[in-house]
Structure formats: structure tokens, C-alpha cells
Design a protein around this ligand. Structure first.
Ligand code: PEP
Ligand code: MN
Length: 456
């Protein structure tokens, strides 16, 4: 009897780090689960499953991001707008990882800096939506909110919010991460091999303008080889997983106390970001993520005031810890040169050291004449250029690129040197959410950004 009392007393005295305070705060973009029994059992199951990432890896990432915030590394973060369970195949995962590695080699050369490689992968299964419903031909159903919540098929069964999907999202993340770890640690990431793949890109006559940069990289690789560089060491790369932390009960269930530090880590991914729609300063998302040790990103749209940015810094990075906070700006090509300077200046003046990353996708979404959600490659690149211009003028560091991309030959964004036109959407538009750069467009972007980085 006494023993039981002691046990429960010591349990309740264990610090909870305020990890459940979010439950009392305003929260948006959460599902309305249909079945409360399934809901409860799914969360119970998630809270007992092993972590997907380790606290030590998360700490390493924070150090890497701190270097980027100081201008000593560059972040490349890319992947689907919305991963799907069906799309988690070996071919598609490897194509995406391969494309990110190919982009990273080009960027490493352009920046002469280490590139931190991070997927919007192994957990990007929940989406914020502007409308709760979708209407097709007079039929209205709940909007698709990502495979973690409901299905994409337009039927009442599929669109119902099913909490068991959170458990499936966990397992799909685990198998995706397992493959990523195998690829990036098992020889697949050999620099010479990745460089060889890039030769396929420049062999396309449409990309001949990138040949000279590719030749320079080739010479650099051969130079390293001649110098006796340890290519064995270069066969392994660090690769981090990230997603939008949208469904807080999923994130909460995967949050564990690290035995070394006694601090809470959200073990669903190394890096988590808060979207433009859920970054309400007094809301649940900011509160919950302020309490975990992971590095955190926040998306900042064109309506962000300097005061908003400063309030976010105070809440999410009160100790001004390098690598803790990344601002991912998504202003739109039309706004970036006007809106970004004031934001960056005021943050810099405050003494805070955040990492600035550009998301040139989300402020440049348009509808094609034939009715598809798309983005023009030129607008995307214009926002990237604007981001570099602003930071170069202010003397701050343009620290990274956040893109929606795939390794497959899809047709979702318009343009590029080997141009995609809207007719191609009819056969090759596969995204269940936002349009992604395809394999070639992603590599082209890397070559263009490498050029901009080398001119800094
Ligand atoms: C996203 O990254 O897919 C997204 C929804 O972005 P944002 O929060 O910037 O709108
Ligand atoms: Mn998106």
C-alpha cells in the first residue's frame, strides 16, 4: 500500500515540461475523428511504439543548423507536399532521396559549404486546408487532410476521419526512414556515383547551359581523387527527416523524455515545422513545439510583421540558442523584395540568430488555364533570386532552400529548360496536394541556385 503511494507520488512529481498545456489552447486544422474508441486505442498504441529518431541525432541536427545560421552550411529541405501511403514504395523513395543527393552535390560545390540534407519525408502525412469541405458536381464531402487523417478518394467512406490512419502513418514513416537510412549509409550516396547521375542531366541538350558548371564539378571530383581523398568516408551522408507538426496528438504521443538529458524530444522526426496557418502566437501549435528540444521551423507568409517574428523568437527560442529556430519565408515572387528586408533587419537588430530559409513554392501557386493547381518554374526561381538579393544587400546569410519536389518524371509545375506545359498535366499530374518540381526541374533549380551561391 505504502509502496503504491510512493510510486504514484514520484510519478506525478516527474516534470511534465508542460507538454499538455496545448490541450487548453485554441487549436486549428485538427481532425474530427469518427470513432472515439479507435481514437483512444490508436493514441495508446502510438505512445508505446519505439521512437522513429533518436535524441542524439536531433542534437546533431541542431548543431548543423547552428552552423548554417552562422553562414557555415546550407540547408536543402525537399520532398512531397503530402506523402501518401501508396507512394511509399522503394522506387519512389529512392528516386526522391537520389534527387536530393544530386541537388546537394551541386549546391555543395556552388556554396563551397557543407549542405545539410533533409527530406520532407517519413512523416509528411497531414495537411492544413483552407476549406473543411470539397464539392464536386454537387456532392460535398470533407476535404482531404492527408493520409494520416483520411483518404484522397472522393467517397464518404474514404473522406471520413479515421484515427487508425495515425498508426499507419507511423509505420509508413518507419519503413520510409529505414530505407533512407539504408540508402544514405550503405554506399548509395557515394559522391562519385551521385556526380555520375548528374551527368545524365547535363547530357540533355536542353540543359547544355549547365555543362560548364558540371565540368567544373567533374574536375573537382577528379582533383579530390588525385589527392587521395577518402572516398570511403564519402559514401555515407547524414540525412534528416522533417514534416509539418500539424496533428498535435500524434506529435504528443511520439514525444519522449531522453534518458541522458531528461528533456522531451518529439521523436516523430528530427525537425518539425509550424505552418503558416497554425503559427498563432497564443495557439496550441506554438505552445507545444516551444516545449520540445527539436529544432523548429516556422513558415512566414507575406502578412508577417516584424513584431510577429520577434514574438515567435521569444516563444520558441527564448535562450537564443543557435540552430533552434529556422524561419522559412514563403512570400511569393511578387512580394519578397518588398516584404523580406524589413523582417530580416528587425530580427537581426534584435540580436536573434535565426536560420533564414526560402520556400519559393507556397507563395507562387496559381491555377492553370486547364484547371490544375500549378506553379511556374520562373516564378519559383524569381523568389529564390529575390531571397538571395535581399540577404546579400543586408549582409545576412541566405541559409537554405525548402522545396516541394519529387524524383519522378511528373508534370505538375510549368516551365523549366525542358519545359512542361499544361497539356502534360492530363497524364502526369500525380500530386494529391500541391504541385512539385519534377526530377529535372529540381536539378535545374540546384544548378541555378549553385550559380547564385558561388557569386555571393
Ligand atoms: C506546406 O509546406 O505544404 C504548407 C502547407 O505550407 P505553408 O504552411 O507555408 O502554407
Ligand atoms: Mn504544400
Amino acid at each position: 500500500m505504502t509502496e503504491t503511494t510512493v510510486t504514484s507520488a514520484s510519478r506525478s512529481a516527474a516534470p511534465d515540461h508542460g507538454l499538455d498545456i496545448w490541450r487548453e489552447l485554441a487549436i486549428s486544422q485538427q481532425p474530427s475523428w469518427q470513432d472515439s474508441t479507435v481514437h483512444r486505442s490508436s493514441l495508446d498504441e502510438l505512445s508505446t511504439l519505439p521512437p522513429l529518431v533518436f535524441a542524439g541525432e536531433v542534437d546533431v541536427l541542431r548543431e548543423r543548423l547552428a552552423a548554417a545560421a552562422q553562414g557555415k552550411a546550407f540547408l536543402l529541405q525537399g520532398g512531397d507536399c503530402a506523402e501518401t501511403f501508396e507512394g511509399a514504395t522503394a522506387d519512389r523513395i529512392s528516386a526522391r532521396v537520389k534527387t536530393i543527393l544530386q541537388m546537394a552535390v551541386v549546391l555543395t560545390y556552388g556554396a563551397s559549404l557543407p549542405v545539410i540534407k533533409m527530406g520532407r519525408m517519413a512523416g509528411q502525412f497531414a495537411k492544413p486546408r483552407s476549406s473543411n469541405d470539397e464539392t464536386r458536381e454537387g456532392v460535398t464531402l470533407p476535404a482531404y487532410r492527408g493520409d494520416m487523417v483520411n483518404g484522397y478518394d472522393f467517397t464518404p467512406e474514404s473522406r471520413g476521419h479515421d484515427a487508425s490512419r495515425m498508426v499507419r502513418a507511423y509505420h509508413t514513416s518507419a519503413s520510409t526512414l529505414n530505407l533512407i537510412r539504408a540508402f544514405t549509409q550503405g554506399g548509395f550516396a557515394d559522391l562519385r556515383l551521385v556526380h555520375h547521375w548528374n551527368k545524365g542531366f547535363t547530357a540533355n541538350p536542353a540543359h547544355s547551359r549547365y555543362e560548364s558548371l558540371a565540368r567544373e564539378i567533374d574536375r573537382a571530383v577528379r582533383f579530390m581523387e588525385a589527392c587521395g581523398a577518402d572516398f570511403d568516408a564519402l559514401t555515407r551522408v547524414e540525412f534528416f527527416a522533417s514534416h509539418e507538426a500539424l496533428l498535435l496528438e500524434y506529435e504528443r504521443a511520439l514525444t519522449r523524455t531522453d534518458s541522458r538529458t531528461g528533456l522531451p524530444y518529439d521523436t516523430s522526426a528530427h525537425f518539425l515545422w509550424i505552418g503558416e496557418r497554425t503559427r498563432d502566437i497564443d495557439g496550441a501549435h506554438i505552445d507545444f513545439l516551444s516545449r520540445v528540444r527539436n529544432p523548429i521551423g516556422v513558415k512566414l507568409g507575406p502578412g508577417t510583421s516584424p513584431d510577429d517574428a520577434l514574438a515567435l523568437i521569444d516563444k520558441l527560442d527564448p535562450n537564443r540558442e543557435p540552430g533552434r529556430l529556422t524561419f522559412i519565408t514563403r512570400m511569393g515572387a511578387k512580394n519578397i523584395r518588398e516584404k523580406l528586408p524589413n523582417l530580416v533587419s528587425k530580427v537581426t537588430d534584435s540580436g536573434a540568430k535565426v536560420l533564414w530559409v526560402t520556400d519559393p513554392m507556397h507563395g507562387n501557386t496559381v491555377t492553370s488555364p486547364n484547371g490544375y493547381k500549378t506553379r511556374n518554374f520562373d516564378d519559383v526561381m524569381d523568389e529564390v533570386r529575390g531571397f538571395f538579393e535581399v540577404h546579400n544587400e543586408l549582409g545576412t546569410f541566405p541559409g537554405g532552400l525548402h522545396v516541394e519536389m519529387t524524383g519522378d518524371d511528373v508534370a505538375e509545375c510549368l516551365g523549366g529548360a525542358d519545359p512542361i506545359d499544361q497539356e502534360a498535366f492530363l497524364d502526369r499530374y500525380e500530386s494529391v496536394c500541391d504541385p512539385r518540381l519534377n526530377h529535372m526541374q529540381s536539378l535545374e533549380m540546384a544548378f541555378l541556385v549553385a550559380g547564385a551561391l558561388s557569386r555571393r
